[in-house]
Design a protein around this ligand. Structure first.
Ligand code: ADQ
Length: 459
């Protein structure tokens, strides 16, 4: 079998084991990462000058190879073009986009730096699987260097509608970059549809999900990422019994817990969510003292300007809610700007009657899936989910809401609180079946099997 080479902006922190950072991609790829595989990316370290030094570390048979980023590149490529241009634009929030040519130039350079390092690491038969929006140009650089391996790409975030995508000054070049892959994967059919429409508008030949360009076939696929439901459930059962979770239960005095957990990111819809909770407290006074809302928000990209403004806005809104509705023995909102450990978070999901997941736009949203996996099947909680999360396509039995509609979210909180056990069980059983079908193993298996088709000699 061909060796799998994973390429992502960051490699997982293998030296420190499974801390809070070991979520998302590492779990999604666990089944594909057989001993002998290679994972390449940025170490997380910043150095004064660009350097081509590669460091390698082997853990459980998998080689993790890393390069450092130059301080200037960290600002222009990572904080700049990746996170202040592509991130808001791909989430269809054009008013938050910052673009400058220097940022894009650094992005191209760093993508080429990745490709250069990969040249030293890859062998002719390797299957190369590149991840996410920070690395849209790596495959094109590899092709320029003459690499003929099978190369796949998976976009973890949404692909925007063509009219939005076209706002990007280098839209054309980025699309050409995607066409340098053999397989391009998306979270949802809508994302794939947007990509194919962008191609068609440029008169690139598209048939079904395949595009033909420069004599090459580029296959579009939908392979949604998932979680390991069994593992998460075991983690949740254990954590819910531990003292930290018991202390939370005691502090509730019999009230229902509602939980949200996100990176502190404007795409996650926290301000509107706080507004919705405020609206719920004001419109349903009889329910007030029956609920306690815990928002765990992990700080993220704090050096990007828009993220600081978000934090200030949330501090204000949280204060306003607690100021208005708190009682001597009840605080309606517990707002923490901190990451929770994976285990504790799973335990908190399990003891929560409501999981409130309301991003304005999200590629998939693993928190929604983790919440379902963590529940007690005999007495499960209710998932309230944004219809603009990729996960909504797989999870129609959640209470789906429009995250821009504060009233609708307030009503959904009320409906979730009142929902009978029978209905909760029915919905949860359907949701659980879905996340078991679309789990982490299915994600990597389905992508890699398409990538491996036509391997050996094609190019
Ligand atoms: P993210 O935007 O980071 O990921 P998400 O998928 O929800 O979003 O979460 C990733 C991981 O972070 C989950 O395992 C979650 O438990 C953990 N996490 C979130 N908040 C936390 C907190 N406060 N404390 C500790 N852990 C926390 C991107 C895309 C998503 C897509 C994933 C995977 O934006 O749409 O689902 O990649 O493809």
């Amino acid at each position: 079998m061909a060796r799998l080479v994973i390429v992502s902006n960051r490699v997982p922190d293998v030296s420190e084991g499974s801390g809070p950072r070991a979520g998302g991609l590492a779990v999604g790829l666990a089944d594909a990462l057989l001993p002998g595989s290679l994972w390449f990316g940025w170490s997380g370290a910043r150095v004064a000058e660009r350097s081509d030094k590669i460091r390698s570390l082997v853990s459980e048979g998998v080689t993790y190879a890393t390069i450092d980023l130059a301080e200037d590149d960290y600002h222009a490529y990572y904080l700049g073009f990746s996170n202040a241009t592509l991130w808001p634009l791909f989430h269809m929030m054009p008013s938050l986009v910052n673009f400058d040519r220097a940022g894009y130039a650094a992005y191209r350079d760093v993508n080429e730096q990745f490709a250069n390092a990969l040249l030293k690491l890859i062998q002719p038969d390797d299957l190369i699987w590149i991840h996410d929006y920070q690395l849209l140009g790596v495959a094109a650089a590899l092709r320029r260097f003459g690499v003929r391996n099978r190369i796949g790409f998976f976009l973890h975030i949404p692909f925007p509608a063509p009219a939005m995508f076209d706002l990007l000054p280098p839209a054309e070049e980025l699309l050409q970059g995607l066409l340098a892959h053999d397989v391009v994967g998306f979270q949802t059919g809508q994302d794939l549809g947007h990509f194919l429409s962008a191609l068609r508008q440029r008169d690139i030949f598209v048939q079904g999900h395949d595009a033909r360009h420069d004599g090459r076939l580029v296959r579009g696929v939908v392979t949604p990422i998932g979680v390991n439901a069994e593992l998460l459930n075991r983690l949740a059962v254990r954590a819910a019994r531990r003292v930290e979770a018991r202390r939370v239960v005691d502090s509730l005095s019999g009230r229902a817990l509602m939980i949200s957990a996100d990176r502190l990111d404007y795409t996650k819809g926290l301000p509107a969510r706080f507004d919705a909770y405020g609206r719920f407290l004001s419109c349903f006074p009889a329910q007030r003292r029956r609920i306690s809302f815990l928002q765990v928000a992990a700080p993220s990209r704090e050096e990007v300007e828009k993220y600081k403004a978000l934090r200030d806005e949330l501090d204000y809104k949280a204060g306003a809610i607690n100021g208005e509705y708190s009682d001597f023995d009840w605080v309606p909102l517990r707002y923490m700007t901190r990451a929770a450990g994976r285990g504790l978070l799973a335990g908190l999901f399990r003891i929560s009657r409501i999981g409130l997941v309301t991003p304005l736009r999200d590629g998939m949203n693993l928190v929604a899936m983790e919440y379902i996996a963590a529940q007690d099947e005999a007495d499960p909680g209710v998932l309230i989910l944004s219809c603009f999360a990729g996960a909504a396509a797989l999870l129609p039995e959640a209470l789906l809401v429009n995250p821009y509609d504060v009233d609708e979210m307030a009503e959904a909180i009320n409906a979730a609180l009142l929902m009978t056990k029978e209905e909760r069980q029915e919905r949860h059983a359907a949701l659980l079946a879905q996340i078991r079908t679309h789990d982490a193993a299915a994600y990597s298996r389905s992508f890699v099997s398409v990538l491996a088709q036509g391997a050996c000699g094609s190019g």
